[in-house]
Design a protein around this ligand. Structure first.
Ligand SMILES: Nc1ncnc2c1ncn2[C@@H]1O[C@H](COP(=O)(O)OP(=O)(O)O)[C@@H](O)[C@H]1O
Ligand SMILES: [Mg+2]
Length: 330
């Protein structure tokens, strides 16, 4: 079977006008995608994983024909996104993070009925499909049959949005951060469903997220994207195997200043990452043999006024892989 999604060298530039003074403005060009290529097969969930501003939404918008690429080409279900946009639209289910188009004064069911009519679905089919989807997303249990959309929680809105993406039973699903900001049960339900859709119903899913944990548990394959470039790809396991043989030494420290901590670690030439909450700092250090540096390091930290609360050694996570590939960090 042909590929469900094929992106070849996609480039997208945005022009933004920045006004300064009364009459002056300068045009700035943001290169959101800088030659993005990948494929997605039917039956597979491919995760586009990257931080804010990496180019995830731009990619989804190009594949769903909402934006035109400046360079490169893309095919969805075999159709060219620039030359055959209406065919592409017939073959995709789209879920965007910021949902527009739902009617506040209609119930969840009524909204779906509206969209089913808009998509030209046959009435009997639509009715059955809507019943099915409302149950599938547990919207009935949450009051989706009588609550107005404007009364929906974020989790219910996301569920309704996924239900809408599934209305026409399209073979290719484009889901842009579908669980962003959701309550854990809604996020879990959506992840489970997406897995079933790909693995049981053989749909092709492109799933964007900035959450490593989520990418690892949901996706069969991951594309790491940073600043408009895919910096690495593979299964979660393959990505981790691409790292040089490093361990992560994780220290939890109590003490006054982060700057002081950064300086002490920098002086020792250790590549590190610090996250702090109040006066408790968690330091992740990438080294080949943590046991070789441990004693010296702790001595230095203690003499700089830090108290060691805990220490452990872990295998690198997907996040370490990401930092390694996108920042050239290690
Ligand atoms: N409409 C727009 N106008 C100007 N710049 C934009 C626009 N949309 C996105 N960008 C910029 O393009 C880059 C990629 O954005 P986006 O695709 O939304 O990333 P992501 O979804 O990964 O957070 C960012 O630098 C963003 O600021
Ligand atoms: Mg986005």
């Amino acid at each position: 079977m042909s590929k469900a999604i094929e992106a070849k060298g996609l480039v997208k530039r945005y022009q933004t006008k920045e006004r300064y003074g009364f009459f002056k403005s300068k045009v700035e060009v943001v290169e959101a995608l800088r030659g993005v290529s990948f494929t997605v097969n039917y039956g597979e969930i491919v995760g586009l994983l990257g931080p804010n501003g990496a180019g995830k939404t731009t990619t989804i918008k190009i594949l769903s024909t909402l934006l035109l690429p400046d360079e490169g080409e893309a095919y969805v279900a075999g159709y060219n996104v620039v030359k055959e946009p209406s065919e592409v639209r017939k073959h995709i289910g789209l879920m965007l993070t910021v949902e527009r188009g739902f009617y506040g004064k209609l119930t969840g069911r009524e909204n779906l009925e509206y969209f089913a009519a808009l998509y030209g679905l046959e009435r009997e089919y639509a009715k059955k499909r809507i019943d099915y989807l409302i149950k599938l997303l547990e919207l009935d249990k949450l009051g989706g049959d009588y609550k107005l959309f404007e009364e929906f929680s974020l989790g219910m809105r996301a569920r309704l949005s996924l239900a809408r993406a599934l209305l026409s039973n399209a073979p290719v699903l484009l889901l842009d951060e579908p669980t962003l900001g959701l309550d854990p049960p809604s996020a879990r339900r959506i992840r489970e469903l997406v897995k079933n859709l790909a693995h049981e119903e053989k749909k092709a899913v492109l799933y964007t997220t900035h959450n490593m944990f989520e990418a690892e548990i949901v996706c069969d394959k991951i594309l790491l994207i940073n600043k408009g470039v895919i910096v690495a790809s593979g299964t979660p396991g393959e990505l981790k195997a691409k790292l040089p043989k490093l361990k992560v030494l994780i220290l939890s420290l109590y003490g006054q200043s982060v700057e002081n901590l950064q300086r002490t670690l920098g002086d020792l030439g250790l590549k590190h990452e610090i996250s702090s909450e109040l006066n408790i700092h968690t330091v992740r250090i990438h080294v080949q043999r943590p046991e070789d540096i441990f004693n010296d390091l702790v001595k230095k930290l203690v003499s700089s006024g830090f108290e060691l609360l805990s220490a452990r050694i872990e295998e690198p996570t997907l996040e370490d892989v990401f930092i390694y590939f996108s920042e050239g960090y290690l």
